[in-house]
Ligand binder design. Structure first.
Ligand SMILES: Nc1ncnc2c1ncn2[C@@H]1O[C@H](COP(=O)(O)OP(=O)(O)OP(=O)(O)O)[C@@H](O)[C@H]1O
Length: 270
């Protein structure tokens, strides 16, 4: 990669909150993301859909810096995520720089990933105290407010094992929000849930669209929810975006044959 090709920061009138600038990710011979270009505007809700193995989760994992980038640069709120300036060029950033930029990003996973030995409240206060340096009192105030927002005011002192899947996922959302991220990533957050509790989680995400100043990037197989909630839907195929647009365009009138085939297969399966 020639780092001179990439800006040191994104400036101007209205820089995107997230930019993938020609990002390539390989595992051995397998190219999972192929020079991906994707911008997400501040406060936009973008949903990524596409066949299994097309690279959707990898996009989110790259943003969480859980994966090494092979080529290209990711910018978050104008700053490169895994690179920093040296002598007018971008070079690989050290871990402490990247950790700082990554504070702007929160992620909710399919499998909740709560700390089992901590109550709902403790799950939500741990990182704000340890990472942001909040006092216990301030962190608890923030956590209680968020647990109320996700409808769990009566479960504050419960351990995850005593909560339903939907309740655990709502704690996971509150926990991510407690770090006050600018960007929230949702990776198949309803896939591990029983059908009857999916609604309580999607309801919380709907609420976030209205209540919070958040940029959101979501991977989901729930096409109905994607259609209803997204500002923009990106259809992934083999590590690239083959089609993107407003949900009504993508779902009602896909221009790409691969998108149409995928959507009809999904609708048939349902
Ligand atoms: N650690 C890894 N090592 C090797 N290959 C990997 C690794 N992680 C992911 N892959 C491969 O990368 C490709 C993209 O994976 P990814 O999880 O991003 O797909 P996806 O579109 O999210 O799929 P799904 O809808 O099934 O979750 C797949 O072919 C997967 O097997």
């Amino acid at each position: 990669m020639n780092n001179q090709d990439f800006p040191l920061t994104l400036q101007g009138e209205n820089p995107p909150m997230v930019r993938f600038d020609k990002v390539t990710k390989r595992y051995g011979d397998l190219t999972v993301l192929d020079s991906l270009e994707l911008d997400v505007r501040a406060n936009e809700m973008v949903t990524i859909v596409g066949p299994s193995g097309s690279g959707k989760t990898t996009v989110l994992r790259m943003l969480m810096t859980l994966e090494h980038i092979n080529e290209g640069v990711i910018y978050v709120d104008g700053r490169p995520l895994t690179h920093m300036e040296k002598d007018g060029q971008l070079v690989r950033a050290n871990k402490s720089y990247t950790r700082e930029v990554r504070k702007d990003i929160g992620m909710v996973f399919q499998q909740f990933n709560l700390f089992p030995h901590m109550t709902a409240l403790e799950n939500c206060t741990e990182a704000p105290i340890q990472v942001l340096g909040l006092s216990k009192k301030d962190a608890e105030e923030r956590a209680v407010e968020l647990l109320e927002m996700v409808g769990l005011d009566d479960k504050i002192d419960q351990y995850p094992a005593r909560l339903s899947g939907g309740q655990q996922q709502r704690v996971a959302i509150a926990r991510a929000l407690a770090m006050r991220p600018k960007v929230m990533l949702f990776d198949e957050v309803t896939s591990a849930l029983d059908p009857e509790v999916i609604g309580e989680v999607t309801q919380v995400i709907r609420k976030l669209r209205v209540k919070h100043d958040l940029t959101m990037l979501m991977v989901t197989h729930q096409m109905g929810f994607a259609r209803e909630i997204s500002d923009r839907v990106c259809f992934f195929y083999n590590g690239s975006i083959v089609e993107q647009g407003a949900p009504e365009e993508i779902f009602s009138n896909p221009k790409e044959e691969r998108t149409a085939e995928f959507l009809s297969a999904v609708l048939e399966a349902n």
